[in-house]
Design a protein around this ligand. Sequence first.
Ligand code: GN1
Ligand code: MG
Length: 399
Amino acid sequence: MGHSENIGGYSACFVDKNSSLHELDNFGTKKTLNSIFDTTLVEKVEKFSVDGKCIHLVPNGNGNVNDTFVATLKEGEMKKKYTLQRINHQVFKNPAELMDNFSRVSRHLQTKPGRRCLRVIPAKDGQFYHLDEDGNYWRLMEYIEGVKCLEVPQNRKQAYEVARTFGQFQADLLDLPGKRLLETIPEFHNTSKRFDSFSQALILDVKKRACSVKEWIDFVQGRKILCDALRTEELPVRVVHNDTKINNVLLDAKSEEGVCAIDLDTVMPGCVLHDFGDLVRTAACPVSEDEMNLEKVIFLPETYEAIVEGYYQATCEFLSDLEIRRLAKAPMVITYELGVRFLTDYLLGDAYFKINYPEHNLNRAKVQFSLLSSMEGHVDRMEAIVAKVCQSTGRIMVG
Ligand code: GN1
Ligand code: MG
């Protein structure tokens, strides 16, 4: 258990110079980060419309995909922090379109009274990103002060607040004007397609790893039914976040009230249940997804209850009865899906997720599958919790 102080919207834990070096290598570019204060990175900051001189720059965050740094700029006696990120263009094939989504969402959220949100700083050429000579895409965002994010909630209030904040995020985007957002990663939460990719990876078995993970292959194949469990084609398409890990919400450092959702790369048309499920996956468990001791990976129904309460509070006015009915199933589907993705990546030789040690993706998959097993023992309880929370607001479900 434990939380980390937030730095610029990204958790500061697990960050050290070596992991940063590794992250950069994973990008496939030739540059190596030799010091934490790297002049080439400072040059990236200078491409954006900011005042002052960059005096401090450190790697930050524990994301599995992008590279994140916090830059401090000084002008006269004033210091101001920014978050610099390199967008992983192997994963996000069209960073320019991604940034178009990002800036539209950010501008819309800024129209909501009393809300804070990630704000993008334009580059000096007017774009919302900077494309460097190596083909890397960079963005700069305002650093949000006085906040923190959590790896696991330590009490019900924190779980409630994180869920309410993601729910509010969905509610705020119901009236996003303009054309449909672009799909930054097509079929991102198509569990059946994820299963197909897994089956392909298994056939190829490029690293000859399949024979050593037979138990987990059986686990995946034995639960194929989960691929169709949400039947999302029957559900409304809304603007959703799609990466609602608990550490993608900022809480006020003192009051612990939710401030805003961060990591807007996968905000696109989708299903609210994936957001809800992904939050439960990461919050209703006493340990993080990198836990080594599988015995500690258990589902916490009391925390699930607090999550349902917080999420429902922010979304009850727009959620359909069908969406509500599937709030119990969603966490199992998304936990399965991510476990399948981790195991697939392990079979493919760790091509997608950044790893810190050789079996990292396998261990991550095992954590997800252990959590799913634990959830399976609480299905009735989850259904009862959802029904209770709905009843407490007097909602009468149709059908
Ligand atoms: C990735 O990079 P990060 O940590 O924000 C992944 C999510 C997974 C998550 C698991 C674009 O998110 O889908 O749930 O790892 N993002 C992408 O930790 O694939
Ligand atoms: Mg993300």
